[in-house]
Design a protein around this ligand. Sequence first.
Ligand code: UFG
Length: 323
Amino acid sequence: MVLVVGGAGYVGSHTLLALREAGREAIALDDLSRGHEWALLGAPLVRADVTDLEALRYVFGRHQVSAVLHFAGLIEVGESVKDPAGFYHANVHGTWCLLEAMREAGVRDLVFSSTAAVYGEPEHTPIPEMHPRNPTSPYGDTKLAAERLIQAYEAAYGFRAVRLRYFNAAGADPEGRLGEAHDPETHLIPRALLSVLGRGQFTVFGDDYPTPDGTCVRDYVHVCDLAAAHVAALDALRRGESGAFNLGTGRGASVREVVEAVRAVTGADFSPGVAPRRPGDPAVLVADPGLAGSVLGWQPQRSDLLTVVEDAWRWHRRSLQAD
Ligand code: UFG
């Protein structure tokens, strides 16, 4: 059985569903502070915080866990600047608690949700895994610290871990059962779509970057492709593989291109204004995903921009109707 820590969150819930659809037995652990019970789609839940070592011991004592997927954590860069204590507690101490409970229970296989934020301002793009790690926010620092903690457990205690560095997670389950539901929502695609639906204002943060159209370029990767990468990572661990892998497409899209895609998919007359740059945003973040292709056998299937925006649009329309 696979333990999915943070299984009620955005990427966690899509992965939980992918595991169950692949016939794998899975149980979620989530405190539902950021995740949603509906996102479990009926999967079993242990409601607990990842920093609750007693609760973790209870789970490992009760279930035959063969591997752990660790999604739980705080993710918002701006929030991490205001609340570094909360981020270190959730993302670093939480990871330590999980590793300790695994060590005691003799569970050694781990897939960890990391981020492109570990690279900081890129020195060159596309970014390979060996690019220097220089995070520019407490969020990135905590994810890098958690990665290093995991590596120390691999060296000392025989753990095997795959660390997956997501670029820009986006999109939703194509059948509309799951999708992105952050509060507050800070990400580009949901904010643009929600504004088309009359929920919230949307502006382009900066059009004076050194990019072809002046807006930031990102590597958007469909959440279902991320989910598939986790399933592939579990198989890779069984084959004895481990390490850090970028999850992106290798292709960048600018904010303007995303705005175009939103206009094409929604049919709305969508012409957002331009606001000043958001502090800390690098101009270009694009993955070199070659290693995930060669070692994990992972290739994105749904990550072209129009498919990502179509799937997200279906989800947001449906979730607002259900409101
Ligand atoms: N943007 C806008 N308007 C908005 C929201 C975003 O123009 O209302 C722009 C941002 O300035 C940025 C791009 O859209 O240029 C993408 O922004 P997101 O907030 O969607 O994503 P980020 O690239 O900032 O964040 C992602 C991950 C983080 C990770 C970070 C690494 O979501 O977890 O990359 O830098 F930390």
